[in-house]
Design a protein around this ligand. Sequence first.
Ligand code: XMP
Length: 406
Amino acid sequence: MHQVVAVYTNGEKPAHEVARFVRSLGIYSQVVFTEEALASLNARAVIVCDQTGSPRSSLPQIRVDGALAVDGQRVRDFLFDEVGLSASWTMNTFIEEGCERIREQVGNKRVLLGLSGGVDSSVAALLLHKAIGDQLVCVFVDHGLLRQGEAQMVEDLFRQHYKINLVTVDAQARFLDELKDVTDPETKRKIIGRLFVETFYDAGRSQGDIAFLAQGTIYADVIESENPAKAGELAIKSHHNVGGLPADLKWKLIEPLRELFKDEVRQLGRVLGLPSELLGRHPFPGPGLGVRCVGSVTKDRLDTLRQVDAIFIEEVRKAGLYDKVFQAIACLLPVKSVGIRDGQRSHQEVCTIRAVESVDAMHATFYPFDAALLKTISKRILDEVTSVSRVLYDISDKPPATIEWE
Ligand code: XMP
């Protein structure tokens, strides 16, 4: 087992950065909020990021009050010279130990994983597949609120290329049916969330003897849920989480990425061979295009938005900006605007395009596209998507605007 360093904090000062820094030195570190958690960690040293006091512990300690740029070298000297630790934690160590742990936990039982095509679930799928091969069953729910070509991409990559057991559930009609005439964003989210969970569990039940449910929980979620200073904020983010298991399902939870930061999940995915295009994808909300069709969600509007989004993202990629921005978003607005096509006046859809720069999605600034790029995007959308008559450019920062429109 690798050496562990504890990063001790009461949660008020962000300790993520310190923990990530230690890991980047090749030493595994974990954030702890209490003396009990520290005692159970079997750590070799403690880095204290807590202004209110030091934990009672006989382990060697160092205090970090300033920025890492200032304290980094002190921490390095402390860990390597004073404590005598060595740089031995790498992604390959994590993969070996992770697979071993998964095999021990799972035995010869089967594991179910919800695959969304996002980074976390994709990396979890590959790691689990490496550990237990065909004992892994992935379920992909196609709720019809996905981007163009998304379902096909997931099937090609995971079923054809990686030979992972993949069950795709075509639930498009069911989602569209229940979303009919619903325009309130939170009601949409609730309906989509509930249907998603129901569809996923139904698919899981139909797979027979499943013993484990795997989730792509990552370390940031774990720290956040353990952090006493963040308790009040969790309610706000509740729409990001899937609720508890139905009573009839006796699946045990397995979370193979629970120790990794987001950038480490990407690094793991890279080592496991996932395409860089998938690993570098922008965040995409669980309710998908459902909350980007502002107003009502219909098949026609979704198809229109898929076309707009595909053109927009393609042009952002072509301009070399995709990896520079945090998120690029296209939406349809709940208004119609007059357009002239083939000499005829008609009321058609209005779309907005938006890109933001951000580190943590809490603050975001709009990305200023060049006028020439805006013109190319607008011209292509208006030429190729005949149901759209107007393209708007969103130049709002967060706060007060949120990143998504709904
Ligand atoms: P906002 O719009 O609140 O978004 O500034 C912050 C980040 O969260 C994403 N987002 C969601 N993700 N379910 C999700 O899984 C949602 O309902 C949801 N709403 C917003 C958003 O894309 C951005 O990255």
